[in-house]
Each structure stands twice: as structure tokens, then as C-alpha cells.
Design a protein. Sequence first.
Length: 249
Amino acid sequence: MSMLKRVPTYWLFQLFGWGMFIVVNVFFAYTWDQVDIKFIYRLLLYLGLGIALSHVMRWVINRFNILIKPIEQQIFGFVFITFFFSLALGLSESFLLIYLDLLRKNVSERTVMNFSKLAFYNFFASFSYLFIWNCIYYIYHYVQKSRHQQVDTLKLEALVKELELKTIKSHINPHFIFNALNSIRALIDENPLRARGAITELSNILRSSMQADKLETVPFEKELNIVKDYLALEYIRFEDRLKIESVNR
């Protein structure tokens, strides 16, 4: 199991996909009683060419960054690459089959004349296989891309929340809050009405701090009211020691 974890996912898919290709072909050939030496070397030939060309096809997809292009270009690239490599795979298989027959001296003039039909059949079969291969490859990367985007979105949201919390903390001085609460507590028995007003002033300041990052601009009147609330709370603490001067220019 540990060995499988060290194998790249791509090669696991490659081995599984082409392994299923062998199983399906052997099953139908056995069912129709067509398992012979020619079937075996043709199957092995196609398997070798299929793995090699599909690997090159993957390299082309990554080399030209087709997966990150606009959807129209992705579709065009998908069709073009599938067609091109299917043609290469079909022609390669046809040439090699005739070449192997020549080595075995088992080729006839009729076989050479029917090369175009053989090539067309191999191209059509190759297009079907590589089309499925590309569909799986594109779907896999689309799902992976969606997952990465979801993770990035969640990380970004968490970062935004963290920054908002830090901003709120930077706007609210904890010493000021503790001092204001102590002042309000002292007023509860002496001046309950003023204590209620002080609670309102403190809540206005806290509300303004929490909403500061959600607003691009703040009306001057609102900002001035917050300053007045702040000074009113400080006045409770310092009383006559706090002097407020307004400067007119």
C-alpha cells in the first residue's frame, strides 16, 4: 500500500486505464474465439503505442497550458489533439502491423492494397480510445481545479475574517473599554441616568469600530458624533481634569 502512495496518480490512472483496455479486448477475443499469436502481438503493439502517445499527448497539453485557456480554446485543443494523436496512433499501428507481417513473410498484395482501410479502422478505434482518455483527463483536472479554488476561497475568507478581527482589535483600545466600564459601574449608584447614557455612548463607539471596514467613506457628522461619545466617556473618568478646546481656523 505504501508503494502505491509513492506512485504518481497519473501513472496509476494510466496503468488502470490501459489495463482495462487489455481486459476488455481479451474478453471479447476469447468470447469470439479469436485469441491467437497475431492477436497477442497486435494487442501488445497497440498497448505500447497507446501508452507512449498518450503520455506525449499529456506533455503537449501541459506544455501549451491548454487546461488554463478559455473554454473555447480548450474545446478546440481537445478536439485537435485527439484527432492528431489518433491519426498518429492509427497510422503507426497500421505500418508496424504490415512491417511485422513482412518479417514473418505473412503479407500479401491484398493486405498492402487494403492498407487505407486498415489505417482508417485503426484511426477510428484510436480516436474512440483517446477521446475517452482525454475526457477522463480533462474531467479529473477540472475537479482538481475546482477543489483547489474552493480551498483557496476558504483560505481567503478565513484570512479576511482574521484581518477584520485584527482591524477591530486595533480600532478598539482594551484599556479604554475597561476604563469606560469601570466609570459606568461607578455611575450606576450615583447617577443611573448618566450611566445609561454612557452605555449608549460606548455601544456607539464599538458599533462604529466594527462597521469601519465595511464602509469606504464615513460621513463627517458621524465621525464627529463618535468623537463626542469618546470625550463624554473620558470626561466621566477625568471629570474637571479633562479640558476640551475647539480650534477654529
